[in-house]
Design a protein around this ligand. Structure first.
Ligand code: DX5
Ligand code: ZN
Length: 222
């Protein structure tokens, strides 16, 4: 079993003190910082763009994991790479053709950034199985993209197992991230299904002990 990496999502952080929040998460043992970008079009919520990613980049030394929940992601990939993303994920269902998904994944890698592709709970992984060789991280959403603090949807674990099997068979050493509703209990289910990168927003940032919550998520894999 791969080591579990924990990615706190700043969606639930206190934006009055974003620098203090991300530094506290880093000090508490976070492996990366998850930045949720929403455009009010692909999802019914708006958050922030590359300027905030660039600011967060200056605050921490751990990698930034940027999750684009936007329509037409290809238009902005360059901006987020320039802003300091270390991993950049877009939604497979936001891009109509498989050939275009591949082009976007390759353009992310060409900029020296790890490529990620995400799917909402109702979207089959078939949308990216064909381009798995161009994927560094598969993101299985365990809530519908758009808001923090939602309830984990256990049915998606089947997709985690399918991707882990496909990856093992084809050889690519990809990371599998689960995003949404992750806490100490659901983390264990994700890890058992083969996920190794776990996003936790409200569970970490809406607590008064980030270190305890981060180790509870990591503990899911032990
Ligand atoms: C949902 C976001 C998630 C979310 C996770 O649209 O992509 O990253 O912030 O938050 P929690 O952990 O509170 O479900
Ligand atoms: Zn996310």
């Amino acid at each position: 079993m791969k080591k579990i990496l924990v990615a706190p999502s700043i969606l639930s952080a206190d934006f009055r003190s974003l620098e203090r929040e991300v530094k506290a998460a880093e000090d508490a043992g976070a492996d990366m910082i998850h930045c949720d970008v929403m455009d009010g079009h692909f999802v019914p919520n708006l958050t922030f763009g590359p300027f905030v990613v660039e600011a967060v980049k200056k605050c921490v030394s751990i990698p930034l994991d940027v999750h684009l929940m936007i329509s037409n992601p290809g238009k902005y990939i360059g901006n987020f790479c320039d802003a300091g993303a270390d991993i950049l994920s877009f939604h497979a269902e936001a891009v109509a053709e498989e050939a275009e998904r591949r082009t976007l994944l390759e353009s992310i890698r060409a900029r020296g950034v790890r490529s990620g592709i995400a799917v909402n709970p109702d979207i089959p992984v078939d949308l990216f199985i064909g381009v798995l060789d161009a994927v560094d991280m598969a993101v299985i959403m365990s809530v519908y993209a758009g808001f923090g603090g939602q309830k984990f949807i256990p049915d998606v674990l089947e997709k985690v197992r399918a991707i882990r099997q496909a990856a093992d068979k084809r050889g690519p050493d990809i990371d599998i991230q689960v995003d949404g509703g992750v806490n100490g209990e659901t983390a264990a289910l994700c890890a058992a299904a083969g996920a190794n990168v776990l996003v936790a927003g409200s569970y970490v940032f809406c607590s008064d002990n980030y270190a305890d919550r981060i180790s509870a998520v990591r503990g899911g894999g032990q």
